[in-house]
Design a protein around this ligand. Structure first.
Ligand code: GLN
Length: 485
């Protein structure tokens, strides 16, 4: 019999309905597996008692015919979502010990749909990073290894704990957030799929803010269908977030018909970067052939401002972060250095409470927002952002979705790229443009590199058209025959 931890969410829901096993059993095997895989450091806080309580409540509901859409499914929750009564840290010392007295809208919606929370997943501090090496609670380790090499690899970031947990089968799915690639890049590095929906599809209420005009909740899971099921739950208008959109949420799973005949797939020529490994180029070509074989046509499109996306992002994101992070002063939440007078207390709390990368971004952001530089950097970046967005609008007059690689490499070793922040930022080269334009984008595993590590392809869609993104990703998933760990 298949191990319960190997099931997809879809299969587990069937098994629960057929009474093949209970939610308590399903939860317990995941709790046991979390113990076995402690070394991955995928979770900051484990919540086994809460999980078992939620699982038994789920079994009671199912027995009385009141099962909800995701009833009894054990998930990891990125530790950026505030959870009522459960420590929420954003992987920062400055929030160590912070216990929210309220529930984020995303987690509330999942709980309303019956999920079981296994714990709070590790991440880069305040979701700033591409390797999950900036967490105050330690690095997350990718469950994948290069063939014949025992070096520990990064799971990608910032949703590294979420991705590692799902790949290692210590969660059936996970929530993530994506500001510039934090769902898609770790999904690609860990050989799973993940979707960042359109900006405004999910409420940001109760999600700790990094860069508010870019932050978007989304999901990670081992199949495209499972992502559709999770996304269904977390989507929708929320009066508590003025940037959440008052739009009807379609039936995402119903979009997975496999029928892409007549769809036009755009291949952006500017994504063919110098120095991109051959294997990535080959996989991209393979993706094009799969989609053509399934009845789609492909055309080359141009997104001429792509080369400005990374510098634009690395002005806007730190600027917004520096403003959002001003609230952490040792008075209201989490860590306080009780030293000296009030000003000293503020300064020492922030000096000790934030890590290096967060401090770097606060400094870059404060500089970009300071009078005299505001127009030259922040306003200029906003103008370029508009141009990038218009590139996509023009491309989508000719095609239905875009196909690109998710990241310029497979997972790298822990410690690699650490010496040079710019090298680290280059990881986001393919994911950042869709974030700046607020578009839905999904990474789906498509193959392995020569070292046996997973590589992902990215499907980017028109605003509010997650359905086509999921549909095309589903076709890639079927044709690639990719096997996870
Ligand atoms: N790696 C990017 C950054 O460090 C994206 C992070 C994210 O999407 N949260 O900003």
């Amino acid at each position: 019999m298949t191990k319960l931890t190997d099931l997809t969410i879809e299969q587990a829901l069937n098994g629960l309905n057929n009474k093949d096993f209970t939610a308590v059993e399903l939860t317990q095997v995941h709790i046991d597996a979390m113990g076995v895989h402690k070394g991955l450091n995928a979770y900051i806080t484990d919540t086994p008692e809460l999980a078992l309580e939620q699982a038994s409540a789920s079994d009671v509901r199912r027995a009385s015919g009141d099962a909800r859409p995701l009833d009894g499914i054990p998930l990891a929750i990125k530790d950026l979502f505030c959870t009522n009564g459960v420590q929420t840290t954003a992987a920062s010392r400055i929030l160590d010990g912070f216990i929210p007295q309220y529930e984020s809208t995303v987690t509330q919606k999942l709980f309303d749909d019956g999920i079981v929370m296994l714990g709070k997943a590790n991440l880069d501090e305040f979701a700033m990073g591409s390797a999950n090496t900036t967490s105050y609670y330690g690095n997350v380790i990718n469950p994948w290894k290069r063939d014949g090499d025992d070096a520990e690899l990064t799971p990608g970031g910032s949703s590294g704990g979420s991705a590692a947990a799902v790949a290692a089968r210590i969660a059936m799915g996970a929530t993530g957030t994506d500001t510039g690639g934090s769902i898609r890049q770790p999904a690609a590095f860990c050989g799973i799929s993940g979707i960042k929906p359109t900006y405004g599809r999910c409420s940001r209420w109760g999600t700790i803010a990094f860069a508010s005009s870019l932050d978007q909740a989304g999901t990670l899971a081992r199949s495209v269908k499972d992502n559709a099921l999770l996304l269904q739950s977390i989507s929708g208008y929320d009066a508590k977030d003025s940037t959440s959109a008052n739009k009807a949420v379609p039936d995402f799973a119903a979009a997975l018909t496999g029928d892409i005949k007549g769809k036009v797939i755009g291949i952006p020529k500017e994504y063919r970067m110098d120095g991109m490994p051959d294997e990535i180029e080959k996989l991209w070509q393979q993706g094009i052939e799969w989609l053509e074989a399934a009845g789609a046509t492909t055309i080359e499109v141009s997104l001429p401002h792509t080369k400005y996306a990374l510098p634009t992002y690395y002005v806007i994101a730190p600027a917004e972060a520096s403003s959002n992070l001003a609230r952490y002063d040792g008075v209201k939440f989490g860590y306080r250095a009780d030293e000296g007078d009030l000003t000293n207390m503020y300064e020492i709390t922030r000096a000790q409470g934030f890590g290096e990368e967060v401090k770097r971004r606060i400094m870059i952001g404060t500089y970009a927002l300071s009078s005299g530089y505001y127009d030259a950097y922040y306003i200029k970046a906003q103008k370029v952002r508009r141009l990038i967005s218009q590139d996509f609008i023009a491309a989508f007059e000719k095609c239905d979705v875009l196909l690109t690689p998710t990241a310029p490499s497979a997972a790298f070793a822990i410690g690699e790229n650490e010496d040079d922040p710019i090298k680290m930022y280059l990881n986001d080269v393919f994911t950042v443009p869709a974030s700046l334009a607020g578009l839905p984008a999904m990474s789906v595993p498509a193959g392995l590199d020569a070292g046996g590590l997973p590589l992902g392809l990215q499907v980017i869609g028109r605003a509010w058209d997650e359905e086509t993104v999921l549909k095309v990703s589903g076709v890639i998933e079927n044709l690639s025959g990719f096997k996870g760990l």
